[in-house]
Design a protein around this ligand. Sequence first.
Ligand code: GUN
Length: 283
Amino acid sequence: MTATEMNGKELAKKVRTDLAGEVLQLKEKGITPHLTVIIIGDDPASKSYVRGKEKASAEIGMSSDIIALPSSTSEQDLLNQIDDLNRNETVHGILVQLPLPDHINEQQVIESISPEKDVDGFHPVNIGKMVTGNSTFLPCTPYGIITMLKAHDVSMEGKHAVILGRSNIVGKPIGQLLLNENATVTHCHSRTENLTEYTKEADILILAMGRANAIRGEHVKNGAVIVDVGINRLEDGSLTGDADFPSAAAKASKITPVPRGVGPMTITMLLKNTIKAAKGLSA
Ligand code: GUN
């Protein structure tokens, strides 16, 4: 089998056109959806992601600002900033770019963001709502993946979805969302024994472990749908996913490329969540 490509860039463009229409309607009512992004330190990858969020916001008519803080910022100073943003009625969405420096307790920071402004969907209140199947802010990457699978008519019900990676940002929540879609879900991770026994059984294979080109055609079931969340930079500067694209695509029925796959969908879902927050629909 040779896979068709699920191009996230094209789908993101379509979804963003609809979102721009929603922003226009909100502006007519005097509401401009506003996202504030906090970034601490100067990690180049984080800075690039944050710029991408700012650009995408502007493209659909939303407003945004970036609060850039030095890596020496204390946890208390950060919590005070978030407290101000929680109280600021013109700010609808707050995102603190992760990872944070070691001296700052990430969970403490996530829990300090008002759940109504938590457009990342990382607050325990929003995670709890996701697990119980209530509508809320869904974490952006998993939300983007599900949106993409639906747009490509991938049937999830009763299918065996195997997830490689167990981060709070991707691995754990995508398992939950696939379960909500009635898939049978297996979580694999760095301690999983005989990993290929699982990957070969996957109807839907979600790759989120951050290991360049690790999954090859021989690890994949014929006709599987592969979603590659990995973004790995090679020594020559190029980007590659967790799948060895040519051999995996030769076995799969559908596959996401890297770049132009999941990444553009993640930012799109952030915009969608911020618009939802501006509409006051998060509660
Ligand atoms: N770092 C990498 N991915 C993400 C994300 O989705 N949200 C935040 N806040 N930080 C990240």
